[in-house]
Design a protein around this ligand. Structure first.
Ligand SMILES: [Ca+2]
Ligand SMILES: [Ca+2]
Ligand SMILES: [Ca+2]
Ligand SMILES: [Ca+2]
Length: 472
């Protein structure tokens, strides 16, 4: 097993450890994140699809499958010709804008030089173009061949050189750089087969790739599922505005086939779930301004609305409650009515659960481990309501002061909730009492949370990062 495959298994290994959650890794995302969804590409790569609002596109974040084998050795010198070694360190990539500052402690701010050495591996054979962007000089050697040789004073300038690389071996790579004075900058990028032009980074590190799909309208919500039953995951995208659209991106071997339906409303919430039990997921859309819950599905390669329910009130979130017969009921938050509406698989009304204050956020799961799906709601005053599933209905509500939450997900041991200040807690039921167990502080602005195979991914739009948290 190569190193990449080993890292890949760490990222995807099933099962949840009992260790407490910690940020194992953060991926920086360029763009205004609206939502994230776990997503597998048809070529086998697994990662996260990221909806970028203002950019109007869906990007892919996954462990890098090619790049540096481990960190580079960086040796920094006083003098433009490696005269006096001042500092040795490890750099995971070459992406520096030092300006007028020194490139490291003990190294002069002018008339210095740097030598980076390491190895690089690719997964796809072909011609790779390397790009240096430096102020001042740069030299690049790959596999013993000098492919960029611009050892000259200059403002930041990009130069490129090409080389054919094949998978299955590691190539030596060496970049040298000097600064004569003034500002200094050094960057090393590449492009090649399936490799968009980007700064070279370490294999295994989470990285944002080129767009999976460019959308015509900004995406608001994103969810993945195999809508046409061809074993390739597809994406459902909810667009904001009136009238808002649902777009389904059916994954093909070399891209996506897109189909869109006008919802005729201003949609705010979307879930993907096999509601009717036919083995393929439906798309359930609701709106905070209009009063409909609508169900869409792919039938004979078209996106069709198959059911609609008028709630008579504005809606908060909708969640699916898995039934023993493989179909799903839906719980729909109606904050204006201080009610959680329970609908059956054909959108028939089954029950109404009451809250004291308006509740908008819901989560479903089996939180008392009796095999029946339960539902919990979070209201505007910081109270949680828990209804245990029982037969065809629910036990009376239990309440718990959870604090105001912005995002929740069911976990094997309870409910993971992010509150307004960015604190992540595990809400846990034992006996018939609930407790909140703080797990970590994500920082303000964390607002979306999705399950990955051995942990969770949290969207931190205000920091422009996705945190991957392992363990529970
Ligand atoms: Ca300079
Ligand atoms: Ca599919
Ligand atoms: Ca279905
Ligand atoms: Ca239960």
């Amino acid at each position: 097993m190569n190193r990449y495959a080993a890292l890949f298994l760490v990222f995807l290994a099933p099962g949840l450890s009992k260790a407490s959650l910690s940020a194992q890794e953060r991926a920086a995302v360029r763009g205004a994140m609206a939502d994230i969804a776990r997503f597998d590409l048809a070529d086998g790569r697994r990662g996260l699809a990221v909806a970028l609002f203002s950019e109007g596109k869906i990007d892919f974040v996954a462990p890098r499958d090619q790049g540096f084998v481990g960190p580079l050795r960086a040796e920094l010198f006083a003098g433009k010709q490696f005269e006096e070694s001042k500092l040795v360190r490890q750099d995971s990539q070459i992406d520096f804008s030092w300006g007028y500052e020194a490139p490291g402690p003990g190294v002069p701010a002018d008339k210095f030089s740097v030598r980076w050495t390491g190895q690089i591996r690719v997964e796809r054979a072909g011609e790779y173009v390397f790009y240096t962007q430096t102020d001042d000089g740069a030299r690049l050697t790959v596999d013993g061949r000098l492919i960029i040789d611009r050892w000259q004073d200059m403002g930041t300038t990009e130069f490129s050189g090409k080389i054919n690389l094949t998978p299955g071996r590691s190539y030596d790579i060496k970049m040298e750089h000097y600064d004569a004075g003034g500002a200094a900058e050094a960057r090393l990028l590449w492009s090649g087969p399936g490799q968009p032009k980007s700064v070279i980074g370490p294999i295994g590190q989470l990285a944002q790739s080129a767009p999976l799909f460019e959308l015509e309208r900004p995406p608001l919500r994103l969810a993945a599922g195999d809508f046409n039953g061809d074993k390739k995951q597809d994406l459902a995208v909810l667009h904001s505005g009136f009238p808002g659209n649902v777009t389904v991106l059916l994954q093909t071997l070399d891209g996506f086939e897109s189909m869109t339906s006008n919802t005729g409303m201003d949609p705010s919430s979307m879930i993907v779930q096999d509601v009717d039990g036919d083995g393929k997921p439906e798309i359930v859309v609701s709106s905070s301004s209009s009063r409909d819950v609508r169900v869409y599905k792919i039938t004979q390669n078209s996106l069709l609305q198959t059911a609609v329910f008028n709630t008579g009130s504005t809606t908060g979130e909708t969640v699916a409650l898995l039934r023993k017969d493989g179909r799903s009921d839906l719980a729909v938050a109606l904050p204006g009515k201080k009610t959680i509406l329970i609908l059956g698989p054909a959108l028939e009304e089954k029950a109404r659960l009451e809250t004291t204050d308006p509740a908008r956020t819901l989560v479903a799961g089996d939180f008392n481990n009796d095999g029946a799906t339960d539902v919990a709601a979070f209201d505007d005053s910081g109270q949680m309501y828990y209804w245990a599933g029982r037969g065809n209905g629910f036990a009376p509500a239990e309440t718990f002061a959870s604090g105001r939450v912005v995002a929740v997900i069911s976990a094997s041991a309870g409910i993971l909730a992010i509150d307004q200040s960015g604190k992540l807690s595990l809400l846990k039921r034992s006996g018939s009492t609930w407790s909140a167990n703080p797990r970590m502080d994500l920082g303000r602005g964390a607002n979306r949370i999705v399950r990955i195979a051995n942990g969770i991914a949290v969207c931190e739009p205000s920091q422009g990062t996705i945190a991957i948290l392992k363990g529970e």
